[in-house]
Design a protein around this ligand. Structure first.
Ligand SMILES: NC(=O)c1ccc[n+]([C@@H]2O[C@H](COP(=O)([O-])OP(=O)(O)OC[C@H]3O[C@@H](n4cnc5c(N)ncnc54)[C@H](O)[C@@H]3O)[C@@H](O)[C@H]2O)c1
Length: 362
């Protein structure tokens, strides 16, 4: 098996889990922003018997050599730039890594691994933009993107085309896509590229749209990704948490162990689901509530936060997955309750920040 981005937060855990039963290769360029301690990750992967190929998705020769060398039966494509906010200031870079990198992957598979049975993409719920909503009479409706002048006036709620207030409901893959950031647009393009490139071929393409993944191993140093890791660091450094908008932004936090299990099932199941699947906890929680729970886990006062009213372009208001298709087609359901996952994250973060020399991204 070959895992692109297999040195990252999700990829490294996935590689280690799969290495117990398979020959696993990782292709990763150890992008500096995601890897404050690359040596620690390399050691953890090597100990698990994972072979690491250092290379860049933007370099088709390196990717082709890795493909010819490893001849994988399954590719799990996780390599990506992942910062929503950062993507607005670096659109060309995000397109090069996420879109061009995926196009290179499709080309080298055709050239060096024709007949590859299975390719799985780590996509994101960000492709939905605001996602599924209902109006006051319970009818399904699409929210329009929130406008900066509304947000500046503290009007954070969702509205339909005619200005009617909307409420978010769990989103599934039948809901129309409407990416609201450059990052989301590049992830959607990854989906389209892989579906088109392997349409009608022997290669089956599986797509998992992940909600907010969290847990031990998520970088405490990368300011562009992983809100709960960022909160952990701020709490442990004695800072107060700044909660955006009115604190009522909702996210669906899914624990890393559950996400790794979903990818393992996609890699190993005899018949892989062909339809796009949503992977989340299926439960929404406000950022205010989750911040308070994290403060509790870390033994800090629940008052150490401030709801700022600040907002960021591209942030969507509510995200909750409808995971019924993943359950029906893959047999997957999340197992880790949020409080248990938060406690695991809090303990791990505490250890990392007390012993920075042992800082591990794996
Ligand atoms: N973590 C989440 O909450 C989340 C949510 C939705 C989707 N995803 C998707 O899951 C995948 C993995 O995310 P993650 O959270 O593990 O992120 P991560 O940043 O920890 O891992 C991404 C990996 O890709 C590698 N990479 C980046 N640019 C590369 C390049 N040019 N060539 C080769 N490798 C490169 C990085 O070095 C890193 O190891 C991504 O595709 C992301 O879009 C993650």
């Amino acid at each position: 098996m070959l895992i692109t981005g297999g040195a990252g937060f999700i990829g490294s855990r996935l590689a280690i889990a799969l290495a117990a039963r398979h020959r696993v290769h990782v292709f990763d360029n150890f992008a500096a922003q995601a890897h404050p301690a690359p040596a620690t990750t390399r050691i953890a992967l090597a100990r698990a018997g994972v072979r690491v190929i250092t290379g860049d998705m933007r370099d088709p020769a390196a990717l082709g050599a890795a493909m010819a060398d490893t001849r994988p039966d399954v590719i799990l494509h996780l390599a990506a730039e992942t910062g929503t906010g950062q993507s607005f200031s670096q659109p060309a870079h995000y397109v090069q890594v996420n879109v061009l990198g995926t196009a290179h992957l499709a080309e080298v598979v055709r050239r060096h691994a024709p007949g590859l049975p299975r390719l799985v993409l780590a996509s994101t719920r960000a492709v939905y933009g605001e996602g599924a909503c209902i109006d006051e009479s319970g009818r399904r409706a699409q929210a329009v993107p929130r406008r900066s002048d509304d947000l500046a006036l503290g009007r954070f709620g969702l509205q339909g085309r005619d200005g009617q207030p909307l409420a978010a409901v769990p989103t599934d893959a039948d809901w129309p896509v409407a990416p609201a950031s450059i990052y989301a647009a590049t992830k959607l393009m990854q989906e389209h590229l892989l579906r088109q490139a392997f349409w009608g071929s022997a290669t089956q393409v599986g797509i998992l749209r992940l909600q907010n993944v969290y847990g031990p191993g998520q970088s405490l140093d990368n300011p562009y990704t992983g809100v709960l890791s960022i909160f952990c660091r701020q709490i442990l450094e004695g800072r107060n948490l700044a909660i955006f908008e009115d604190g009522q932004i909702t996210r669906d936090f899914v624990m890393i162990d559950d996400v790794v299990r979903a990818f393992v099932m996609m890699a190993e199941t005899p018949v892989m689901p062909q339809q796009t699947l949503d992977i989340g906890s299926g439960q929404g929680i406000t950022l205010l509530d989750v911040a308070r729970r994290l403060l509790l886990c870390l033994g800090a006062s629940r008052d150490r936060l401030r709801v700022t009213g600040a907002y960021r372009p591209g942030d969507i208001r509510h995200a909750v997955a409808d995971i019924s298709r993943a359950t029906a087609q893959l047999g997957w359901t999340p197992r880790v309750p949020l409080d248990a996952g938060l406690m695991a994250l809090a303990r791990w973060s505490g250890r990392q920040l007390r012993h920075p020399a042992a800082r591990a991204s794996a």
